[in-house]
Design a protein around this ligand. Structure first.
Ligand code: DI6
Ligand code: FE
Length: 410
């Protein structure tokens, strides 16, 4: 008995490959083969090099069901302690952000809860959020630090992010977000905290293999352009790529700064200027749109979608899953919001949670269905790609594969 050519073969699938120029990279009545964790063959069934049963150890016919690359959530803060549902309740009963902040709410309350949780507790609280994203087709997650704001807790957050990958059998890319907020013990001592983040925390955590990229919150209520440049300089010295929360609430020209460093992405971008768009286009920096925060904050100013299109800036979409401004646990819902609120087409939105999201993480081994790419797949109870953005909520995922292995139902 000769060894089969492939480990597994999917047949009679509607493939949304996001490779090539066809809308969604669609292949009707397609087939996809998996070998040693990678995609070995993709194309129309009639082009298969022989009868399906003789080509693979196992064959699964999908009767026309949709197959996409495994979805990629390229911007989450999903590791944290506690939650802020009570603040949501307070706001809807008339309290202002300022009143909540003065009462010790906001990021500071999540920092307290995160510092109080040990590693196992932080993992226990965070796993359900990661599982929710997987139930909706995600197979790669980006997870930031930024609720510890001291070395031990930032380390604990990043260790939990790595353990989520091990526990769930998915890929996790971590981002150090030490410049997320000023911790209370450094009030009036900004410079000392920025030095702690740049000269102590980041080198230590990078040295422990816990950091894949460096991020910062460049905003009036966050950190200045100069402070951001300080952590970017340290990232560059450590050989780490950068990305940035930029132009969320005002224009500090953060997008141009991250482009200057050849950064992977600029994220939020409601206040992005034309010059910022041009700088991103020239640097190949991805625009990561976060409609969940826009929706939860009842924002009204839209990111400059037409300018991003005109200058060919790749657009990605992510949940920005965080307890304060985007408690969003569905990447498909983020894609629906990108269509309904930002007027992206379904083709743009789905590229935004696959191939462009991979690019925002500096990953070229996934995000499309093409030979040689990781066999990260999502099989759907749907027949057309647009359905994934169209249905608001619902359980559309049939099954998911990561690295050529089927993920257990979560
Ligand atoms: N931008 C945001 O909207 C979140 N962080 C950031 O940099 C807010 C995070 C929180 O409120 O917990
Ligand atoms: Fe964020």
């Amino acid at each position: 008995m000769t060894a089969s050519r492939w480990d597994h073969l999917l047949t009679d699938a509607t493939l949304a490959t996001f490779a090539g120029e066809r809308p969604f990279g669609s292949i009707e009545r397609g087939a996809l083969a998996i070998k040693d964790g990678s995609i070995a063959w993709v194309g129309p069934m009639e082009d298969l090099p022989g009868p399906a049963g003789a080509l693979a150890d196992s064959v699964e016919t999908l009767d026309g069901a949709l197959v996409t690359p495994g979805l990629i959530d390229c911007h989450t803060h999903l590791v944290f302690g506690g939650d802020r549902a009570h603040e949501f309740d307070m706001r809807l009963n008339g309290a202002s952000y300022e009143e909540i902040a003065r009462a010790g709410g906001g990021i500071a309350s999540t920092v307290r809860a995160t510092r109080a949780a040990n590693e196992d507790e932080l993992l226990r609280q965070s796993l359900p959020r990661a599982r929710a994203l997987l139930r909706d087709g995600a197979t790669t997650l980006e997870i930031k630090s930024g609720y510890g704001l001291d070395l031990d807790t930032e380390r604990r957050m990043l260790r939990v992010a790595r353990r989520i990958a091990e526990t769930l059998g998915i890929s996790v890319r971590t981002s150090f977000l030490g410049l997320h907020a000023l911790p209370p013990e450094y009030r009036g001592r900004r410079g000392d905290y920025v030095a702690l983040a740049c000269d102590v925390m980041l080198p230590a955590l990078a040295g422990e293999g816990l950091v894949d990229a460096v991020d910062a919150f460049c905003e009036g209520i966050g950190f200045s352009r100069e402070e951001t440049a300080r952590v970017f300089e340290r990232a560059r010295a450590l050989g780490l790529p950068v990305k940035l929360h930029a132009e969320q609430l005002s224009d500090l020209d953060g997008a141009a700064l991250v482009a200057e460093y050849g950064g992977l992405s600029a994220d939020h971008l409601e206040h992005l200027s034309e010059s910022g768009v041009r700088a991103m286009a020239a640097a190949g920096t991805v625009a990561v749109l976060l409609p969940g925060a826009f929706y939860a904050l009842r924002e009204t100013r839209l990111p400059p979608i037409d300018a991003l299109r005109e200058h060919g800036v790749p657009m990605a979409i992510a949940t920005d899953c965080n307890p304060g401004t985007s408690p969003l646990l569905s990447l498909r819902l983020a894609a629906n919001m990108a269509c309904t609120l930002f007027r992206l087409t379904p083709e743009e939105a789905l590229r935004g949670i696959t191939v462009n999201a991979a690019r925002a993480l500096g990953l070229s081994d996934r995000g499309t269905l093409a030979p040689g790419r990781r066999a990260d797949l999502a099989l759907w109870n749907a027949r057309t790609p647009a359905e994934l953005c169209y249905w608001i909520g619902g359980d559309l995922l049939r099954s998911a594969w990561a690295g050529g292995k089927p993920l257990p139902p979560t």
